[in-house]
Structures are given as structure tokens and as C-alpha cells.
Design a protein. Structure first.
Lengths: 109, 115
């Protein structure tokens, strides 16, 4: 399965925009790029998914360049409650998910 | 939130004893999964099911077995628990998604400690 690489941790302040970049150089043609969020003592929660260009929902935006070798999750105006681990996954060719160690986002006042 | 529950939520057991964890869903989803999460490893797939009586292994299936006799229940059994199986176990479900991608919904988790 193609692997993803993302920063181990990021720090931000309330009200700022946070961008988390994920590298996936060996992405396959049928792979979608999917992001999950996990709070302590809870299961992961689906945030957003895309195949190419830009996807936006009520929570986040996902930017995917034309070569699809990377993607960026954008969280607008973060708050303390956005402190969580964010996972970037490639989902294609079936329904098995491969989670890495994710990015620990810490938001401070 | 998806209707998915896990039981028990916490369990302490001794090495060598059998343990069964239960995942129950009310969404009538086809796919069900068992993951374990350990510090520094993210989530790792143990077993999954793609229908009643249809199961397959994930990346860390040794020491675990599963059963799915009806759509709503997926059981994970540790035949003889070991300390290395101390972990947080998550169940997940998914239906049929567009293309080849499937959004998964996760349960609240079961914290298992093997002493």
C-alpha cells in the first residue's frame, strides 16, 4: 500500500488558519485522499476526502495539486477544540484503511 | 453519529485467559472492522468482515479470531490473552461508497489491559 508522510506535530493559536501537508509520492490512480481526526479517548472521525483539485465542506478544505503527490488539509480559524491528531490516508482499491501516526495539532490561546 | 457500540468499554484480564470483545451496529452496514491502537503506531487493522460469515485478516491478525453470525454483530476473540495485546481496540463500520473509497465510522473503543 502506498504510504503517506506528514509532520509529527504542529502548534497554532486560536483564530489562525492551519495547513497540514501530506506527501504521497506513490499514490495510485484509484486512490482517494482521505483525512480523519481523532480526539483523545475517541475513535477517528472522517473529515474530508478528495481525488483532485479542491474540496471544501463545513469543517475543512482539501487542496490537491495536479500531480496528486501531496495534499494539504486546511482548517480555517482553529479553536482549542481542534486540538487533535489528524491522519492522512490513501483509500483506493478496496476498503482497508492504513493509518500512520498522524499529526498532533495543538491549539493554544 | 453512526449507531455503533462496543462492549465492554474497559476490561482487565489475566494472561492466558480468553477474551471476547463485541461490536454492535444499528446501521445495517456491510463492512465491519477491528483495529488496535498503541502509542507510536496509529491504528492497525486486525480483521475485517465484508458480510455475514465473511471475514479476512488485517495486518496484525496473529492471536486474534473474529466471527460475524449476523449483520449487526462482529466479535473479536483473544483465545489466550498476552500482555502484548494490552491496547485500545476500535470497531468500525462502513457501507458502500462512491468509487473505491469507503468512509468508516468508528466506535468509542475498548481499553483492554492484560496483566
Amino acid at each position: 500500500l502506498a504510504k503517506t508522510t506528514q509532520p509529527i506535530s504542529m502548534d497554532s493559536y486560536e483564530g489562525q488558519e492551519v495547513n497540514i501537508t501530506c506527501s504521497h509520492n506513490n499514490i495510485a490512480t484509484n486512490d482517494y485522499i482521505t483525512w480523519y481526526q481523532q480526539f483523545p479517548s475517541q475513535g477517528p472521525r472522517f473529515i474530508i476526502q478528495g481525488y483532485k483539485t479542491k474540496v471544501t465542506n463545513e469543517v475543512a478544505s482539501l487542496f490537491i495539486p495536479a500531480d496528486r503527490k501531496s495534499s494539504t488539509l486546511s482548517l480555517p480559524r482553529v479553536s482549542l477544540s481542534d486540538t487533535a491528531v489528524y491522519y492522512c490516508l490513501l483509500t483506493g482499491g478496496g476498503n482497508k484503511l492504513t493509518f500512520g501516526t498522524g499529526t498532533q495539532l495543538k491549539v493554544e490561546l | 453519529d453512526a449507531g455503533i457500540t462496543q462492549s465492554p468499554r474497559h476490561k482487565v484480564t489475566e494472561t492466558g485467559t480468553p477474551v471476547t470483545l463485541r461490536c454492535h451496529q444499528t446501521e445495517n452496514h456491510r463492512y465491519m472492522y477491528w483495529y488496535r491502537q498503541d502509542p507510536g503506531h496509529g491504528l492497525r487493522l486486525i480483521h475485517y468482515s465484508y458480510g455475514v460469515k465473511d471475514t479476512d485478516k488485517g495486518e496484525v491478525s496473529d492471536g486474534y479470531s473474529v466471527s460475524r453470525s449476523k449483520t449487526e454483530d462482529f466479535l473479536l476473540t483473544l483465545e489466550s490473552a498476552t500482555s502484548s495485546q494490552t491496547s485500545v481496540y476500535f470497531c468500525a463500520i462502513s457501507g458502500e461508497g462512491e468509487g473505491d473509497s469507503y468512509e468508516q465510522y468508528f466506535g468509542p473503543g475498548t481499553r483492554l489491559t492484560v496483566t
